[in-house]
Design a protein around this ligand. Structure first.
Ligand code: DX5
Ligand code: ZN
Length: 219
């Protein structure tokens, strides 16, 4: 059974509180917090995501799965550590070198938060292998980062499969999370390829019954 991390990117402003409450009661496993800085990707969602986290910290015990699509990883790690998230994920592509990645891993870990590294569709999955012994999760982007409601890119499913095979062969304990374009038509491929956690945004928030959609995605 996969876990479901619901992306809040597509939340409409009018009934945010009600929507967050409905998501929680729909039995999602994580709130997926898509933090965009307007530099790594065009959109800027940082302030809105901080607002959501402030609110969630006061009403919910569900874990926060923070996905940093930002250039200045260090400062965003600090900004989101205050919410005591379960996971903080940064993008491999923004690092200057291995030392910087190991530094980010260290800062996140010493704050008792699980570390994720995310790779864009065109980044080879082999590039994350050397970091696997030090992290908890790989976030495989199944769309180009930057916005919700996109179509899943089929070639990314093979990256999930290759990564799953690699971590099983090497007996490395790391979760594989898939993110982007995941709905009832695509979730089967992603699960079959080996994803442990799936991110879903528009498939859930555009549905008229969150609990029903979440249950179907998990099945
Ligand atoms: C895209 C984000 C994804 C996206 C998922 O940059 O990382 O989490 O919001 O939304 P859907 O499920 O609508 O593709
Ligand atoms: Zn995301």
């Amino acid at each position: 059974m996969v876990e479901v991390s619901a992306s809040l990117l597509g939340l409409k402003n009018e009934n945010t509180i009600q929507t967050l409450y409905n998501l929680e009661t729909a039995k999602i496993d994580y709130f997926h917090i898509d933090v965009m800085d307007g530099e790594f990707v065009e959109n800027n969602t940082a302030n809105r995501m901080i607002e959501y986290c402030e609110y969630l910290n006061s009403i919910s015990n569900l874990p926060l799965d923070v996905h940093l699509m930002v250039k200045d990883v260090s400062s965003y790690i600090s900004s989101f550590l205050v919410f005591e998230p379960n996971i903080i994920t940064f993008h491999l592509e923004v690092a200057r070198d291995k030392e910087q990645i190991m530094e980010w891993i260290k800062v996140i870990k010493e704050n008792n938060v699980r570390v994720g590294i995310s790779v864009k569709p065109d980044t080879k999955i082999e590039e994350v292998e050397e970091f696997l012994p030090f992290i908890h999760l790989v976030l495989v982007m199944t769309v180009e980062p930057g916005k919700g409601g996109q179509e899943l890119i089929p070639k990314t499913v093979e990256k999930i499969r290759a990564l799953k095979r690699y971590v099983q062969d090497k007996k490395i304990e790391v979760d594989i999370e898939a993110d982007g374009g995941i709905n009832l038509d695509t979730v089967g491929f992603v699960k079959e390829a080996g994803a442990d956690i799936i991110v879903s945004g528009s498939a859930i928030t555009n549905s008229d019954n969150y609990a029903d959609m979440v249950e179907k995605l998990k099945r």
